[in-house]
Design a protein. Sequence first.
Length: 145
Amino acid sequence: MSSTLNTIIILIQVLSAIAIVGLVLLQHGKGADMGAAFGSGASGSLFGASGSSNFLSKSTGIAAAIFFTATLALAYLSGGRHASVSGGVLDSLPTAPAASAPAAPAAPVAAPAAATAPAVSTPAAADQAAKTAPATPAQSSQIPK
């Protein structure tokens, strides 16, 4: 039933929209428009000298009222179909995990044994560690050719 009623109301709405377009084009404008081509400005017309503009404007108003009524009827009939109101389009998107940083290498690169000096508690061991450890970090990264 509702589908048939929607079809009838849409048909009424389309016909009234076509009638509005036709009636507006037939009305007499400031210049020589389509209304003047059909004789709407002529004094010997079917509706008299001023009757055609009154008839066309009243007919346009009636067609517009029918169009708005059909629009309101369609809005009323389709209003009950959307029971839940969402916050927006973004609320319906699935949540994706946050982008992570590039993966670290599988095994960390081992530093050369001589590059790191062990913790020394005696002065004699500190002298021995200073002799085996390189003087600057730049020397440890140099590779002999």
